[in-house]
Design a protein around this ligand. Structure first.
Ligand code: SF4
Length: 311
């Protein structure tokens, strides 16, 4: 059995401690951008699950400069513990959806902070043109750059249902482009999408196992107030796993995952004032404890069922 510190999976904390010598804390930032899947360029409604805050409900205020957001976010984190190393995480909306001049300005502002060790950027794979990649390559020479891509699923029908707005080959090209410039790629996968069973989720994981990606975020689908997903859920309730079912599902995913992929997330905590379902997901600590307990009881570790070379 493999172990990563006290965990049975290659956790982000373990990766940071072994790579940077300490745990790094995320300061969630808002670069004030929109999303082409919302402003009419690709679509108007956005992804079906996306909240009004562009999946950045814990991000800073776009009214503030990046420096102000960083100071505020760091101060909040420092109140709980004596820390001085952070990840500047641009989370809300699509964080490469702006002019290269603007992107350079905000990203440079973030990495100018000596306590920022890593620049992490959440974006869409169809918003990574050559000019953006050139900028990211330059920034990556100053501090490590991570790019997070919201794939969610490889399945065309589910991608259409969630209105993702790009095809799988766009994702493939984005990963190749980012790896060409040495940027780490982290992929979001949602578990429990309507109509997807565990075999289809396994298809997505096997596909990603074959790709040159460095990190993954696994999370339960959240139904949030005000989204089209919520309207759909209320009109035609679909299956939402119980906590026990989710624990089993995510543990199976961990067992199938390539061992070198860093697991950035195995559950999510949607904003409690917006969360409709699953209500249990707001007890993040309980979910994490139950997953770790289940992995131990079932003697599961990351890659236990990874065949090595995926066909
Ligand atoms: S791409 Fe991101 S910000 Fe845009 S609609 Fe989808 S989840 Fe929301």
């Amino acid at each position: 059995m493999r172990r990563w510190g006290e965990k049975r999976y290659n956790s982000l904390d373990y990766y940071c401690k072994t790579t940077y010598g300490e745990k790094l804390y995320k300061v969630v930032l808002n670069g004030g951008m929109s999303c082409p899947n919302r402003d009419g360029t690709i679509g108007v409604g956005g992804c079906i699950f996306c909240s009004a805050q562009g999946s950045g409900d814990f991000a800073g205020s776009p009214e503030q400069t990046i420096t102000q957001q960083l100071i505020r976010g760091k101060d909040q984190l420092k109140q709980k513990r004596p820390i001085h190393s952070f990840i500047a995480y641009f989370q809300a909306f699509t964080n490469t959806y702006g002019s290269v001049e603007y992107l350079r300005h905000i990203f440079m502002e973030a990495i100018a902070d000596p306590e920022v060790r890593i620049l992490s950027i959440a974006t869409r794979p169809d918003c990574l043109g050559d000019d953006v990649l050139e900028l990211l390559a330059e920034l990556n020479q100053i501090k490590p750059v991570w790019v997070e891509l919201g794939l969610q699923t490889i399945h065309t029908s589910t991608a259409a249902y969630i209105r993702r707005g790009y095809t799988l080959d766009v994702f493939d090209r984005a990963v190749s482009g980012l790896r060409r410039i040495g940027v780490d790629v982290i992929v979001h996968v949602i578990l429990g999408l309507p109509g997807e069973d565990s075999a289809q989720i396994a298809d997505t994981l096997h596909y990603l196992n074959r790709m040159d990606i460095q990190g993954i975020k696994l999370q339960m689908l959240h139904v949030l107030k005000g989204t089209d997903l919520a309207a759909d859920y209320q009109a035609h309730p679909f299956w939402i796993p119980s906590m026990e079912e989710y624990v089993e599902l995510v543990s199976t995913c961990i067992a199938q995952l390539r061992p070198d992929i860093v697991v950035h997330r195995i559950t999510g905590d949607g904003p409690s004032d917006l969360l409709i379902a699953p209500v249990w997901s707001s007890s993040k600590r309980t979910v994490l404890n139950n997953i770790n307990k289940y992995l131990k009881e079932q003697d599961i570790w990351q890659g236990k069922f990874y065949a090595g070379k995926e066909s």
